[in-house]
Unconditional design. Structure first.
Length: 319
């Protein structure tokens, strides 16, 4: 059914032709506007024809029963995922995380629906499902960004007239305050430093650190040290000695975090990439005097061992 009527648009009278149809249980309006009545009708009919082609509908009389050519969201998601993860700017860890979000959360919640039938209600229901399953707010926020981006692409491919995710409020990121875990980390740090101070650990709760060799204790402590300084795992594994500055000057030493260990997935190789995960990740962190002394001893031990094992060999500059 349809109608043609005169309306006011920005202070000017124009003709607007409107056709309404029921599609997949919802009402849709196809319109065309012009100062000329016949041109308004022609534009509405042209928009109607384009919409029918886009939906692959052959007969307006049986719109509700026709879904040929419209993929499920799961099918669309497979194609979109392959294209999105081909972006060379994404790190291997990010790609792996995206795969997990799509496989474990987005696809189970919405994958069986036709891509052009997803509504705000469906997305809100999925968000609630993820929250009820115990998923943290940060993860839910990242999953929502992926969902919205994929539906935006579906809109560009004209499967959707609008993106239903654009009308949804982004889930708030509420950091968890896990005081018990924080306490464990602090006590671990104090315990390890105490063991280091006495040189010979006697704590029965730390069997993995029990050794009669203080130098080996230094080496193991270095593995913990940069966790306390807030370095990501890739940043710790990619730490080189020239990232540590002024180790010869008491109370002035610091570490400059500006590189990370990078895994090249296609080539299957590891290398040091001279950049952090984000530009804001480049930072300089002061090193305490106790930790500076540990690092100096660790460096001297490394040089001594390298000289014994293979004299003259150029060893990698890794800490």
């Amino acid at each position: 059914m349809g109608c043609v009527r005169k309306v006011e648009n920005n202070g000017k009278a124009v003709w607007r032709a409107i056709k309404s149809v029921t599609f997949q249980g919802t009402r849709k309006y196809i319109t065309g506007s012009s100062p000329d009545r016949s041109l308004a009708i022609a534009r509405m009919n042209a928009n109607w024809d384009r919409w029918r082609v886009r939906q692959n509908l052959a007969d307006a009389g049986i719109i509700d029963s026709l879904t040929a050519g419209i993929p499920t969201y799961g099918e669309f998601l497979t194609r979109w995922q392959n294209k999105r993860l081909a972006d060379p700017e994404l790190s291997p860890n990010t790609k792996q995380r995206y795969r997990g979000f799509i496989k474990n959360h987005i696809r189970p919640a919405l994958g069986n629906k036709l891509v052009n039938t997803i509504t705000e209600k469906d997305i809100t229901k999925a968000l609630q499902l993820w929250e009820d399953s115990g998923l943290g707010s940060s993860a839910r926020q990242k999953i929502f960004y992926l969902l919205r981006e994929s539906l935006r692409d579906a809109q560009h491919q004209q499967y959707l007239s609008r993106n239903p995710a654009e009308a949804i409020r982004i889930p708030k990121n509420v950091p968890k305050k896990d005081k018990s875990r924080l306490g464990e980390r602090l006590s671990d740090g104090i315990r390890i430093r105490t063991l280091l101070k006495f040189g010979h650990p006697t704590d029965p709760d730390a069997p993995e650190l029990i050794t009669s060799d203080p130098e080996k204790l230094d080496e193991r402590y270095c593995l913990w040290m940069f966790v306390f300084y807030g370095l990501r795992q890739s940043e710790r594994l990619g730490l080189e000695w020239d990232s540590l500055h002024q180790l010869d000057k008491p109370n002035e030493a610091y570490v400059r975090v500006d590189r990370q260990l990078y895994y090249n997935e296609p080539a299957g190789t590891l290398s040091i990439a001279h950049h952090t995960k984000t530009p804001a990740g480049v930072r300089e962190i002061p090193i305490s005097e106790d930790d500076r002394a540990v690092l100096v001893r660790h460096w001297k031990r490394q040089q001594r061992l390298y000289a014994i094992r293979e004299p003259g060999k150029q060893w990698r500059n890794l800490v």
